[in-house]
Design a protein around this ligand. Structure first.
Ligand SMILES: [Zn+2]
Length: 745
């Protein structure tokens, strides 16, 4: 079960991250909130705006000012901070002194602090508290933030200074981290159009504006259909087959949607998947499945097809303007893969064995259906249902036997244990109210390292609620850095577990437990960061590398050290029986055909959409034809169909980049074997190398070099294929990791 959980992380997906990654942060200058940018003279409003802009108050270098502002304050705060940031940038550009690393490159990393603070809080609201008011603010602000990014990267005087420093880089006696920062900044400027002439720059800015607006509309359309659509179950006969926990969740969901006393399957994965797995009502499975896969594709005001056509066209035009054959070439160039061809080659190496496995899985399922005289042919809404039957028959493993041992809060303690064993981190709850939160469901832990040294804060926001994005992700509220004194990190993990009855433990599936560990891996990538420059901190790494630490961490869930101590039965408190663990172990590669093909089909469609260039694309037709060409088995669908593919269309984030999960998983499978080749998952020496070369390094080294430093060699594909139970090809060529232009220092 090594499917790269396709979950977005904050890294590289939000504009906040883009801005923070490119331009770090800024001097904490006095905020000017009373100027003409805000028409309101309301003192209270000013207090809220000020709270968003001012250096954070409170313990541990300050904490986010939740509770001290209203959502309406976000707009004036962002506008003030953007103006301030532009003024800072202009001062650097107009510096009469000759350009140096310190007065230009490091100076950029010392700007934008107020904007960084405001934008990260804004990011929390747009992802977890996205009600009508916040959505309106987002629609207005996202083009403005895109515009700011363009104003900075297109500032000719500023770029001339960056270029001047870059051209003398070999004579500057810079540290390796400084050389890396210089290369990253220069590359970002060039890739963002800094070398274009004035008319081309204007055209580029116009394209970015239009795209920003479309991304917001795309995302809000998906949110609307996920938040409002549901399948209402009126009577108990419609609950046939559902375990008690799923029934309870459905009851809670109905109540939350104003239908107390009934049951509802809401239009999110955490509600839909369990229903498809257990419901014996085939008619309702089909109904629920259709609702879920049609998100954004229903015609009417929330249909995303026309928006996608326009996004693809604008992206193709932008790529051409920037001198690239396609959007895919532009996006992949600064990734570890470097070219779309290398990414496609890896995907194609895995595709055929995965499809072959799907055909075997379907045959197994069909055999069971035939034995039961079900009189059906396996359809996509049957896959999860019959897959469970095969799992039971072949491995004697019932997911419902596992779930009572997977208590959300115990597993959280298990994650803390792993962080302690691998990295020496300790977590203690902050319960004295010294760290405000944005919602009562959110909790906070202080993280300390050796000798009790403060490392940072970890926020945990585990439950689904209206206005919260679906899925799970990690978010960084403040990045570690040392440029202007020690700045401790603040990260959060977010999930969408259905909140059960008050006081009862929340039992989660094995897949959800993996996801929990996955997101915690991102959090540890942020928490372990040990860099000087904020732009290079923690998870600010290439997209096809950022999932490596998180996917690697998933493996520790299955270690006996975690299972025996933390997978405890919610009623008896007894650890999960060894026999059950063995069954889980034996069934590890079970259903990898399904998991790999549903992921890879989405990744291949993403890449092909962005390799098509300036063709006018009908998303429905393109998806259908591409899948037919690939030989997509008819018994399953893409994990994310095009009209709701948030990774790809709610921002540039994972566009032409969904392959990243497979690329990263090639690394994580290979890295896991590094532990197994020594004394096992808790081998101290391997853990130390992992910390030093990967988890603490941020973007201070080229990822290929970082990996080689950890592993002593380049990654290969063999571990990935073994891990999924696919045949290992004779020439198990890896995504051979070549150093980028910045590498090899
Ligand atoms: Zn992730």
């Amino acid at each position: 079960m090594t499917l790269p959980a396709p979950l977005r992380t904050s890294a590289g997906t939000t504009l906040a991250a883009v801005l923070a990654a490119s331009f770090g942060c800024a001097t904490a200058s006095t905020t000017k909130t009373g100027d003409s940018r805000s028409n309101s003279s309301d003192k209270a409003a000013m207090a809220g705006v000020n709270a968003l802009l001012a250096p954070w108050a409170g313990p541990w270098g300050g904490v986010p000012p939740f509770g001290r502002f209203k959502p309406a304050d976000l707009k004036p705060a962002l506008e003030t901070a953007m103006a301030e940031n532009l003024a800072e940038i202009d001062r650097i550009a107009a510096d009469p002194a000759a350009p140096t690393f310190d007065n230009t490159i490091a100076a950029l990393d010392r700007t934008g602090h107020a904007l960084d603070r405001a934008i990260r809080v804004y990011g929390v609201y747009t992802s977890t508290m996205n009600d009508d008011e916040v959505q309106a603010i987002e629609r207005e602000m996202s083009p403005k933030l895109a515009e700011l990014n363009d104003k900075i990267t297109q500032n000719a005087k500023l770029f001339a200074r960056v270029e001047a420093v870059y051209s003398t880089r070999d004579r500057l006696d810079l540290s390796p981290e400084q050389q890396r920062l210089l290369w990253v900044d220069y590359t970002n400027f060039v890739r963002s159009g800094a070398k274009l002439d004035a008319p081309a720059k204007a055209k580029l800015a116009d394209l970015n504006q239009k795209l920003a607006g479309l991304y917001t509309r795309f995302s809000q359309n998906v949110l609307a259909e996920e938040g409002t659509q549901l399948v209402l179950l009126d009577d108990e006969s419609q609950l046939a087959g559902l375990p008690a926990a799923v029934r309870d969740g459905a009851a809670a969901a109905a109540a939350a949607h104003g239908k107390p006393g009934k049951w509802a399957v809401i239009n999110t994965r955490s509600s839909v998947d369990p229903f498809l797995t257990y419901s014996t009502r085939r008619d309702l499975r089909e109904k629920v499945w259709r609702m879920f896969i049609m998100r954004g594709d229903n015609g009417g005001e929330h249909d995303n097809n026309a928006i996608i056509t326009e996004i693809l066209l604008l992206r193709a035009q932008r790529a051409k303007l920037l001198g690239y054959p396609t959007h895919a070439h532009w996006r992949v160039e600064d990734q570890m893969a470097k070219t779309p061809e290398r990414a496609v080659a890896l995907m194609e190496a895995v595709w055929k064995p995965a499809v072959a496995r799907v055909h075997e899985e379907v045959a197994d399922m069909q055999a069971i259906a035939d034995r039961e005289k079900a009189g059906i042919r396996i359809e996509p809404w049957d896959y999860r249902f019959y897959m469970e039957k095969v799992r039971k028959a072949r491995y004697d493993l019932d997911q419902n036997d596992v779930k009572p041992y997977l208590q959300l809060e115990k597993l959280r303690e298990g994650m803390f244990f792993v962080a302690g064993e691998l990295f020496g981190l300790r977590f203690s709850p902050v319960t004295d109210g010294s760290v405000p939160v944005y919602h009562p469901d959110v909790r906070v832990w202080e993280v300390t390292g050796s000798q009790g040294k403060h490392v940072g804060l970890w926020f945990f926001d585990p439950y689904a609620r209206p206005g919260k994005n679906s899925g799970a992700w990690m978010n960084e509220y403040r990045s570690q850095a040392r440029l202007e004194g020690e700045v401790p990190v603040i990260v959060s993990n977010n999930a969408n577990f259905v909140k059960g009855k008050p006081g009862e433990p929340i039992l989660i599936s094995w897949d959800d437990a993996r996801t929990l560990f996955h997101e915690f891996g991102h959090a540890l990538h942020g928490l372990n960061s040990n860099v000087t420059y904020p732009s290079l901190s923690g998870t600010s790494v290439a997209r096809d590398y950022v999932e490596f630490p998180s996917q690697l961490l998933e493996h520790w869930l299955e270690t006996p050290q975690v299972l025996n101590r933390f997978a405890l039965h919610y009623q008896t408190g007894k650890p999960i029986p060894a026999e059950l663990v063995q069954k889980i172990e034996r069934s590890k590669t079970f259903n990898q055909g399904f998991a790999t093909v549903e992921y890879l089909s989405a990744a291949l469609v993403d890449m092909k959409l962005h390799l098509a260039g300036e063709t006018r694309i009908d998303p429905r037709r393109f998806e259908k034809e591409t899948l037919a060409e690939l030989g997509m088995p008819s018994e399953l669908v893409m994990r994310h169909r095009t009209p709701h593919f948030q990774h790809v269309f709610s921002g540039d984030g994972y566009s032409a980049g969904y392959y990243s999960y497979l690329w990263s998983d090639t690394l994580s499978a290979d890295a896991w074997e590094a532990f197994l080749e020594k004394s096992g998952p808790y081998d101290k020496a391997v853990a130390k190398r992992l910390h030093d070369s990967v988890f603490s390094a941020g973007n201070t080294v080229d990822p290929a070099d970082a990996y080689r430093a950890f592993r002593g060699r380049d990654p290969g594909i063999a571990a990935l294929m073994r891990n999924r139970g696919f045949p290992v090809p004779a020439s198990a060529a890896a995504p051979e990791a070549k150093p980028s232009p910045s590498g090899g220092r």
